[in-house]
Design a protein around this ligand. Structure first.
Ligand code: ADP
Ligand code: MG
Length: 212
């Protein structure tokens, strides 16, 4: 598999599209255990990112991801703006001068993004956040890389795991972010950030499956 700058741009535009399509659901999830702005926050940021990607020329994968990062950081209110912003910033820093990359680079780039979220959020797996999807997805990508699996299979496996992990967030108590104020009352609800991270992992899969 080779991913080039144009493909990365298309994948980001597809992420923007799926966030827009699901913004009401994300906001409803956030209304249950937060303040009901996750869908509108992210939609606003990704629409701006879309505008930016469509209005300028970008050379490298790093340039594209950094443009997305700065747009998210300055346009998305709430916790998720800086967190997803950091994800794209760290991924973009990894991909700095690259015009194309292979699946191994993709895994390392994704890892750089996940490590960025952990650092910025002072958070880890099992705290009922986006990391409950991002960390297992990363683990799945890496296992597929180690097993020399076809990329299409690798992206599909990660989506299946991400879906399970979204459901899993219902069973745990939030210890980070706004939902942590609810303590046990956060049980039984899907974490909105885990859901939006699922849409990102899914958009990557669908691109390579050739549906988008
Ligand atoms: P806010 O909570 O400020 O309104 P959003 O509603 O946009 O921000 O995003 C909430 C999501 O952000 C949560 O569902 C969770 O997944 C994620 N989140 C919050 N705090 C953290 C953290 N410290 N680390 C990782 N993710 C976090
Ligand atoms: Mg919120």
């Amino acid at each position: 598999m080779t991913v080039n700058s144009e493909m990365v741009k298309t994948i980001v535009l597809n992420i923007a599209k799926t966030i827009e399509e699901n913004k009401q659901y994300l906001t409803d999830l956030d209304a249950a255990i937060g303040d009901g702005d996750h869908g509108s926050n992210l939609n606003k940021g990704f629409l701006k990112a879309e505008e930016k990607l469509n209005s300028s020329e970008f050379n490298t994968i790093g340039d594209i991801l950094k443009a997305v990062a700065t747009t998210l950081i300055s346009n998305v209110g709430g916790a998720s703006g800086p967190l997803y912003g950091t994800f794209f910033l760290k991924a973009g820093t990894f991909a700095k001068d690259m015009k194309e990359m292979d699946f191994k680079d993709f895994c390392n780039m994704f890892e750089a993004g996940v490590e960025g979220v952990k650092m910025r959020g002072k958070s880890d797996i099992n705290e009922k956040t986006m990391l409950d999807v991002l960390i297992p997805a990363l683990k799945s990508y890496k296992a597929s890389l180690d097993n020399d699996e076809e990329c299409k299979d690798a992206f599909k496996k990660a989506v299946d795991i991400a879906k399970e992990r979204v459901e899993f967030t219902k069973t745990i108590i939030a210890t980070k972010g706004r939902a942590s104020y609810l303590g046990e009352r956060s049980l039984g609800h899907i974490d909105p950030g885990a859901m939006s991270s699922f849409y990102i992992v899914e958009a990557i899969y669908l691109y390579f499956k050739g549906e988008n």
